[in-house]
Write a protein that binds this ligand. Structure first.
Ligand SMILES: Cc1cc2nc3c(=O)[nH]c(=O)nc-3n(C[C@H](O)[C@H](O)[C@H](O)COP(=O)(O)OP(=O)(O)OC[C@H]3O[C@@H](n4cnc5c(N)ncnc54)[C@H](O)[C@@H]3O)c2cc1C
Ligand SMILES: C[S@@+](CC[C@H](N)C(=O)[O-])C[C@H]1O[C@@H](n2cnc3c(N)ncnc32)[C@H](O)[C@@H]1O
Length: 640
């Protein structure tokens, strides 16, 4: 279920919103901003608490109108030192619409520049965390979900809590013992909290979780409120230690091996978090699979949502938003949101499309199901089956995107044959391996079930096909370029590593045949082409068996097998040690046939893990992309 319940508000005479669902106000009708400053900022000792901290994380229960966040950002901008980074995570189960947010925030002209930036990036409602980049030093992770699953899914080390549900009497879910337990799990000694309420059960609930709690004077007519500091969180066993990401201090420097979309996205994300990044590539940026002249950008899902499916949707939504934002300041556009049409080809596929559309896997405006009867009007030829239209998907110019992502990062040409040697030679704190189909060529990674899959694309000269506004996909795909030429592909040859590195005539012929078979309307036009005269490109996808990419710390495989051997016997209750990983080595790869959809979010996931920032993925999705999943699954099946 991706749809979220709406906020249900009415407007008060003073122009502020009131929740009809909870019969409560979002902020004090005396002076909401002054209340925020008193309760949450001063209550948490800000700005002093973030002084001298290179990364500071605030988490809030109840994003509401964003007033607390905006007031925090304004104070941050006034008081922060260079090279400091603020991560603000806020959970919201009933998001306000952008219009209602805009209407509310007009009340605070002093926050207008911050509010405008937030409104421009406020995501469409969709269950799960939304990573929003607001300026070079501030990220907001708006976690849209009910409080209990959201906090359970969160992976962060919080420095200060803003506990801001509606009043405990009308909104008990926000003040439950489960919520306090999760707050404690995400805290460390010294973590502070502040809240407007002085309710006895809130005080006792937080004390029971290890907070030292004090009553201090409240705002306006409220006599008292609570503030406090974590002394010692209760000992909690780490769930699934094999996937646990230890919270570490941000590294000073990182070297990334491989300048394709995976390496470039990670470089960009790390640079934005203040890490000194360098990139090496054996042949230069885009030399591998990321070097095609155009790449399709579109979502992928299955009938029944699984964590893997949710990951692909989250990655798509993030990348679509992020590319549009980044493009605003890029010298030349790298993303053309021309829309993508995906064609069903059989009765079974048509039924699948209908089931997927019925569960609305994407927010409004992202997916239309065009019934078979209307397809001819939409594309100019009939297929007898329905079509998915993704109006906001489109086509990426890989070279320009890579150039944008690496604009602050030098790329050096070097073929890395030993990870140990390169770490010593370059004296960096951290290594990221992003070498595509070559990623498993090292002793540290040769256990990964990575398969190279050769693929060839074919250019079709201008005038061959009638230009189509949308990219068309149905297995084979065809992208119309603005100059009238097209790109089609791609062949798929498993395990052809070390094989062809230039396009072959047979590869072109296969692409033409597949396109003609799939779209008979194109057959005539294609039959006139001479495959020996066509150009194209070959490269290798890096594919893993479950078709989900991986990003995370590099497991030491033999040590994993020993440490978690009892999983072979299904022993979930044994005491397991922390995950044995190669210190300072991270992996990002297995991007398969959709690297341009998943790469940007994966880069952020990895950068968050490396710098101790809140994860932009819920824990179950971070597990679905963890490189250790292959080892753990094999242990569980007793096949390793
Ligand atoms: C024919 C074809 C068509 C595709 N079409 C699409 C599409 O339309 N949309 C889409 O989203 N995806 C598409 N893909 C998939 C997409 O291209 C990949 O998922 C993505 O490019 C993988 O990115 P990467 O950074 O992991 O790997 P790569 O782009 O392969 O980058 C790895 C880099 O590592 C470098 N390297 C390797 N070994 C070393 C070493 N020892 N030392 C230093 N550097 C090294 C390489 O030179 C290379 O630049 C396609 C793939 C193919 C093959
Ligand atoms: C007092 S308001 C928050 C005000 C907000 N901090 C601001 O700056 O405007 C409380 C918020 O908690 C949200 N909320 C209530 N119950 C929730 C639940 N079970 N899960 C997630 N959010 C919830 C409400 O929708 C509301 O936005």
């Amino acid at each position: 279920m991706t749809r979220l319940p709406s906020a249900d508000i009415t407007w008060r005479a003073d122009g502020s919103p009131q929740s009809t669902r909870f019969d409560d106000i979002y902020f004090s009708s005396d002076d909401g901003l002054a209340e925020t400053v008193h309760v949450f900022l001063k209550g948490n000792g800000l700005p002093d608490a973030w002084k001298d901290r290179s990364h500071f994380t605030i988490a809030e229960t109840g994003f509401g109108t964003g007033l607390n966040f905006l007031a925090t950002w304004a104070l941050w901008q006034e008081t922060r030192a260079p090279d400091q980074h603020l991560h603000f995570v806020s959970v919201e189960g009933f998001p306000l619409t952008r219009e209602d947010l805009a209407q509310t925030l007009k009340k605070w002209p002093e926050l207008a520049p911050f509010a405008d930036a937030l409104l421009a990036r406020y995501p469409e409602p969709h269950r799960g965390p939304h990573l929003i980049h607001l300026d070079d030093t501030v990220t907001l992770t708006l976690y849209e979900d009910d409080i209990a699953p959201a906090l359970r899914g969160l992976d962060a080390s919080v420095d200060a809590w803003f506990l801001d549900g509606f009043s405990p009497a009308s909104n008990p879910d926000m003040w439950s013992e489960d919520v306090f337990a999760e707050v404690a799990r995400l805290s460390r000694p010294g973590t502070r909290f502040a809240t407007f309420t002085a309710a006895g059960f809130v005080r006792r609930g937080l004390q029971a979780q290890g907070f030292d709690v004090q009553k201090v004077s409240g705002f306006g007519r409220k006599r008292e409120m609570l503030v406090g500091e974590m002394q010692a969180p209760p000992e909690q066993p780490i769930a699934k230690p094999w996937y646990h990401i230890p919270q570490t201090a941000s590294p000073g420097s990182a070297l990334i091996i491989g300048a394709g979309i995976a390496g470039a996205a990670t470089a960009h994300a790390l640079h934005n978090r203040g890490v000194d990044v360098s990139l090496v590539d054996a042949e230069g940026p885009g030399a591998g699979a990321s070097g095609n002249p155009a790449a399709l950008f579109m979502p992928r899902f299955s009938v029944q949502p699984t964590p893997e499916d949710d990951f692909h949707v989250a990655a798509y939504l993030y990348a679509e938003r992020r590319m549009c934002e980044m493009q605003e300041s890029a010298p030349s556009p790298f993303f053309r949101a021309c829309g993508v049409m995906q064609f069903a080809r059989t009765d079974a596929e048509a039924q699948r499309f209908e089931k997927i559309a019925a569960r609305s896997p994407l927010p409004p405006g992202h997916l239309e199901l065009i019934p078979a009867a209307n397809v001819a009007d939409a594309v100019g030829f009939d297929t007898g089956y329905p079509v998915f239209l993704f109006p906001r998907a489109g086509v990426i110019d890989p070279a320009r995107l890579l150039a944008h992502l690496t604009r602050d990062t030098p790329v050096e040409r070097q073929n890395i044959s030993s990870l140990v040697d390169v770490a010593t030679d370059k004296s960096v704190d951290t290594l990221v391996l992003a070498s595509g189909a070559n990623l498993a060529n090292y002793p540290e990674t040769n256990w990964l079930p990575l398969e190279p899959v050769l693929g060839q694309i074919t250019d079709l000269p201008a005038g061959t096909l009638p230009p189509h506004r949308h990219a068309l996909v149905a297995g084979p795909y065809v992208i119309s370029h603005p100059d009238g030429s097209c790109l089609t592909g791609a062949t798929y040859e498993l395990g052809k590593e070390g094989g062809e590195s230039t396009p072959t005539v047979s590869g072109h012929q296969k692409n033409l045949d597949d396109l003609g078979d799939t779209f008979p309307a194109f057959q005539n036009a294609l039959s006139g082409l001479d495959p020996t005269a066509l150009s194209g490109r070959v490269s290798f996808r890096a594919q893993v068996p479950d078709r989900v990419p991986f990003a995370g710390p590099a497991p030491i495989e033999p040590d994993y097998l020993t440490a978690y051997d009892r999983l072979r016997h299904g022993d979930r209750f044994a005491t397991y040690p922390p995950a044995p990983v190669h210190p300072g080595l991270f992996l990002i790869g297995g991007l398969g046939a959709r690297g341009f959809t998943t790469g940007l979010l994966l880069g952020e996931v990895l950068a968050a893990q490396m710098t101790g920032a809140p994860s932009p993925l819920p824990r179950d999705l971070a597990e679905a992309v963890h490189p250790a999943r292959f080892i753990i699954r094999a242990l569980r099946k007793n096949t390793s």
